[in-house]
Design a protein around this ligand. Structure first.
Ligand SMILES: *[C@@H]1O[C@H](CO)[C@@H](O)[C@H](O)[C@H]1NC(C)=O
Length: 406
């Protein structure tokens, strides 16, 4: 699950600017060759992830690259001048191109497919009486199915409850709470933009809970931990890739039921190669290049069961990537969002990923699988690894994480 929130606050000085609105639908969407819009947005998110793990090389980190792109995509139609340019550059979107594609992407991701569940909920909660531009509201409604609601932030407790209840409703109870009252400023908060993603996928090939055993995992800090390792003998798409520095790493693709979404696991090949040497090399282009190196193989796969959650402040990583003005009281230019000058005071993302056997309905009939004699090789993920949850048709990275200790 992922939650992103951006809070806009009034600037202290008040300027009233009335400018003509940019025509957001004026041009034909630039149909891209590669990379797709999903990939571009994910690329910025991957860069944000890399910024974050650089400062936390030994921790577990989870982030939604798509969530980062979504929250910026929601703010984009309100931005002008340098503020807008920085976001467009970060997302690598062309001036008027992204909206149609974003809309399509959002539709594809949330389409009712068999067993995978992707719930995405977007909303803007604005202070009652805050003069929001009509075009900004309607653009976000069209592109992100983004709801707009009035709230009274002068009572932060009530406002926070209302936002949390909305998210809880929209995510069918999977994300019960998003913000705390102390994140809101009773006098200055004008708008809270929310993007929540919940993903639940059933493995195409499930792990049998009976085969989960405690096994050794050598953590990022060098200590050895006993952790529950799931295992199965099955056919997986597996490959070995190499960084430009010549470091080898294994790539394992674990498809979810329905085949449109996969979890891709990346683990250094040599035990003494730290994960941090491989991560800087990951981009949507590298992810795409793996498909040429992957082959279907029957293996005994062992991977840890894990739960990871993290809250990431986006301001520092986005600033490091050149998206700075929106956070500046003096420089932020959201004139197409409101005539009242505002800036982004907080941008954070909360993500949680639970990986388990997903075998609640697994029958005893197949439990013998691991006991079958076979010469299949063992593939064991028993040291720090990276995972990517990828929507394959669009190349969108929904979630990405670094696991140092399951
Ligand atoms: C959440 O759902 C309940 C029941 O459908 C409804 O009464 C309530 O108004 C909803 N809350 C929000 C904030 O949308």
């Amino acid at each position: 699950m992922l939650i992103g929130a951006v809070e806009l606050m009034m600037k202290h000085r008040s300027l009233f600017c009335l400018y003509a609105l940019v025509t957001l639908y004026g041009h034909k969407g630039v149909l891209s060759q590669a990379p797709s819009y999903g990939e571009r947005g994910s690329d910025l998110g991957i860069q944000v992830f890399q910024q974050v793990v650089r400062s936390k090389p030994l921790e577990n980190v989870v982030l939604s690259p798509h969530g980062v792109a979504s929250i910026l995509g929601m703010l984009l139609p309100g931005a002008h001048g340098e503020t807008r340019k920085q976001v467009l550059n970060g997302l690598r979107y062309k001036k008027n191109g992204p909206y149609r594609m974003l809309k399509k992407l959002h539709k594809t991701l949330t389409a009712k497919s068999k067993q995978d569940v992707v719930l995405i909920a977007n909303a803007m909660f604005s202070q009652e009486g805050f003069p929001m531009e009509e075009a900004f509201v309607s653009t976000n409604k069209a592109n992100f199915q983004c709801e707009s609601r009035d709230l009274d932030f002068s009572n932060p407790n009530v406002a926070a409850d209302e936002i949390n209840e909305w998210v809880n409703n929209k995510t069918k109870g999977h994300i019960p709470s998003l913000i705390k009252a102390d994140m809101l400023d009773s006098a200055l908060t004008r708008l809270v933009a929310v993007n929540a993603i919940y993903f639940k996928g059933l493995w195409k090939s499930r792990f049998q809970p009976e085969n989960t055993k405690m096994r050794a995992f050598k953590g990022g800090n060098g200590n050895v931990y006993n952790v529950p390792m799931m295992s199965q003998l099955s056919v997986f798409s597996i490959g070995i890739a190499t960084t430009p520095q010549g470091l080898k790493y294994k790539v394992i693709d674990l498809p979810y039921h329905g085949n449109t979404i996969s979890m891709v696991i990346v683990v250094p090949y040599e035990e003494d190669t730290p994960l941090s040497r491989v991560i800087p090399h990951i981009s949507t282009a590298t992810v795409q290049s793996w498909s040429k190196l992957m082959h279907m193989r029957k293996v005994h796969l062992l991977i840890p069961k894990f739960t990871a959650d993290a809250e990431v402040c986006l301001e520092a990583p986005l600033s490091a990537l050149g998206i700075t003005d929106m956070f500046s009281q003096d420089k932020a230019d959201f004139r197409h969002l409101s005539a009242e000058p505002v800036h982004v005071s907080k941008a954070l993302q909360k993500a949680k990923v639970v990986v388990n056997e997903d075998g609640t309905k697994a029958s005893a009939a197949t439990t013998a699988i691991l006991l079958a004699r076979s010469s299949s090789p063992w593939v064991t993920v028993d040291r720090p690894f990276l995972f990517l949850i990828r929507h394959n048709p669009t190349g969108t990275i929904l979630f990405m994480g670094q696991i140092n200790q399951p």
